[in-house]
Design a protein around this ligand. Structure first.
Ligand code: COA
Length: 192
């Protein structure tokens, strides 16, 4: 897929997992853990939701491996009242982020027909809670300057921009122009 010329990677961190915003599931919706065979569901959700990445049959295994027990603990699926899977997120980990073990919010997506209804923030709440349950005390994520909605959501959850070099500073400069005021207020707070 063609890349936007103003597309830069960004990293955000949450140095602790205290005081997480909590959101309840809307009536009829449910959250469940990964079960074998969900690879196809994960792919379907991402193909529908994500217009910036290209997915293949091997993307899932490349990102998460093939250990079903690890996936059961860490990967969540959101189902609509009819039982169809409409979103997913993974409470992943990285043993070598900044030289240590960090939780990682990985691959969040809600299918377009259900976006903008508060389900993304519900998934963020669920994934951060799951990271805590799994013993993580800090988390990070990676994203991109074109994913303005996702970054607004992450700021709301207390993830702060990691600015380590000129390129990071330029990326966040760009995001300042793209984010709504409500998200900018969170960002200014994070920078103080
Ligand atoms: C990111 C994504 C999961 C959000 O899901 P969603 O269900 O639409 O999110 P919500 O309805 O819960 O909205 C959450 C927050 O997004 C932010 N948001 C919404 N619209 C926004 C916009 N136009 N600009 C910036 N931020 C916005 C706000 O913080 C909003 O919360 P608020 O309405 O209370 O202010 C969804 O858009 C998606 O699947 N995108 C494609 C995949 C993707 O980009 N994933 C992230 C990879 S890093």
């Amino acid at each position: 897929m063609a890349r936007d010329s103003s597309e830069f990677p960004v990293v955000m961190v949450r140095p602790d997992l205290e005081g997480l915003p909590q959101y309840d599931l809307p009536a009829g919706f449910s959250l469940r853990a990964y079960r074998p065979g969900d690879e196809a569901e994960w792919l379907r959700i991402h193909e529908l939701a994500d217009r910036y990445n290209t997915f293949t049959a091997s993307t899932f295994a490349e990102q998460f491996g093939t250990d079903a027990e690890v996936l059961r603990q860490r990967q969540l699926y959101l189902c609509d009242p009819a039982g169809a899977t409409i979103g997913t997120v993974t409470a992943w980990f990285d043993d070598e982020f900044h030289g240590g073990r960090w939780g990682r919010v990985h691959w969040v997506a809600v299918v377009p027909a259900f976006q903008g209804r508060g389900l993304g923030r519900l998934l963020m709440s669920a994934v951060c809670n799951r990271l805590r349950q799994l013993g993580h005390r800090r988390a990070y994520l990676t994203s991109n300057t074109v994913r303005v909605r996702a970054i607004g959501l992450y700021l709301k959850f207390g993830f702060v921009p990691e600015i380590r070099n000129q390129r990071d500073a330029r990326a966040w400069q760009l995001l300042r122009q793209r984010l709504p005021d409500s998200a900018l207020a969170k960002m200014d707070l994070a920078w103080r």
